[in-house]
Design a protein around this ligand. Structure first.
Ligand code: ADP
Length: 355
């Protein structure tokens, strides 16, 4: 079965075309600058047209969808009801879901009759217990507005956790694993017996670790304090927390960890502070998650920083397990979200064909 995986973002479409179940990549690529000024690609429909012009014989499609809220615990075969629910979830993921949906709708028009599957970034975290995902806010906000921790990067955490089990030659449901997805966007997940029981990102991807440009955890009272002091409106404070904070905001230099490591080596104190804060926050989360799982078999690093920057991994792990009786295995596993989406789409379609 030839399965095309589409990751449709606000201004780009990335694709990978797999021969399943062999898991062989037939082709891959990306279309950039969609709907940007002076771009010839005016919308996602035109973008998908270009992708489909590069490949032949699509048997099935898998789409990455960022937010499935509490609606989707598993991948879903796309039909009218699923499209309506993805639309509903757009109110809490306005930057992502509309772009994901635009990709789905374009494929429906251009490849009518071809089965499509949606795989959600939030689905893996739907196994969290209520005491981990509900915030200490008035309960009706959860009930009426759906305000709760959802978590993100679920496909990446799920993929590297299962790959860790495979490498350790153990069953996933016998392992306690912490997965660290450290890219420009960062999150960490406690995976107990194959299930996400807690994760650092929250209602939005802003919560948790210090990221390239996002603050991660801060005192929530700071939001109104800064707004008053600096006379910022909602849009401005949102911009500060999401785009001008994190490694970039602390260092005043860059959100790119490679640059910061170089600057720190040449004696830059703010670069050092940014790296110290980044690694310290991760250490705290690892300590907490190992504690709530009552042990840890493996710590997994993935994504740009996690996969490539040993110096950062070493700083996170330095002294971290000195008091552990059994030291966990430390693994570096390249993430492969598209492959997991292809596997899940293939399995769901096969099951559906057999039924
Ligand atoms: P995104 O969340 O945007 O997908 P990435 O996973 O590409 O982010 O990670 C970006 C971060 O990873 C940057 O801080 C960058 O410094 C670091 N990084 C990416 N590739 C490398 C590499 N080959 N060597 C060292 N660091 C890398």
């Amino acid at each position: 079965m030839r399965v095309l995986i589409i990751n449709s973002g606000s201004s780009s479409i990335k694709y990978k075309f797999f021969d399943m179940p062999k898991e062989v990549i037939i082709s891959k690529g990306s279309i950039e600058h969609i709907s940007e000024k002076q771009s010839t690609i005016k919308d996602h429909y035109s973008g998908i047209q270009i992708v489909l012009g590069k490949i032949r014989k699509v048997d099935a499609l898998g789409h990455r969808v960022v937010h499935g809220a509490g609606e989707f615990k598993k991948p879903a075969l796309i039909n009218r009801a699923v499209i309506a629910k993805i639309k509903q979830c757009s109110s809490i993921a306005p930057l992502h879901n509309p772009a994901n949906l635009a990709g789905i709708l374009a494929c429906k028009r251009l490849l009518p009759g071809v089965e499509q599957v949606a795989v959600f970034d939030t689905a893996f975290h739907q196994t969290m217990p209520d005491y981990a995902y509900i915030y200490g806010l008035p309960f009706e906000y959860y009930k009426r507005l759906g305000i709760r921790k959802y978590g993100f990067h679920g496909t990446s955490h799920e993929y590297v956790a299962s790959e860790a089990a495979r490498r350790l030659k153990k069953r996933l449901n016998k392992l306690k694993i912490i997965t660290c997805h450290l890219g420009n966007s960062c999150s960490i997940t406690a995976v107990d017996k194959g299930k996400s029981i807690d994760t650092s990102m929250g209602f939005t991807p802003l919560e948790g670790l210090i990221m390239g440009t996002r603050s991660g955890d801060i005192d929530p009272a700071l939001v109104t304090y800064i707004m008053k002091k600096k006379k910022f409106n909602i849009q401005r404070i949102d911009d500060i927390l999401n785009k001008r904070s994190g490694l970039k905001g602390i260092s005043g230099i860059s959100n790119d960890m490679r640059t910061l490591v170089r600057k720190e080596r040449s004696g830059n104190k703010r670069a050092k502070l940014a790296i110290d804060m980044f690694t310290y926050r991760i250490k705290k989360y690892i300590g907490a998650y190992a504690h709530v799982m009552q042990g840890l078999d493996a710590l997994v690093f993935t994504a740009g920083i996690g996969e490539n920057q040993r110096i950062i991994r070493d700083r996170i792990c330095d002294g971290l397990f000195s008091h552990f009786k059994n030291k966990p295995k430390i693994l570096v596993i390249p993430t492969n979200e598209e492959l997991l989406i292809a596997r899940q789409a293939y399995q769901l379609i096969r099951r559906n064909q057999i039924c």
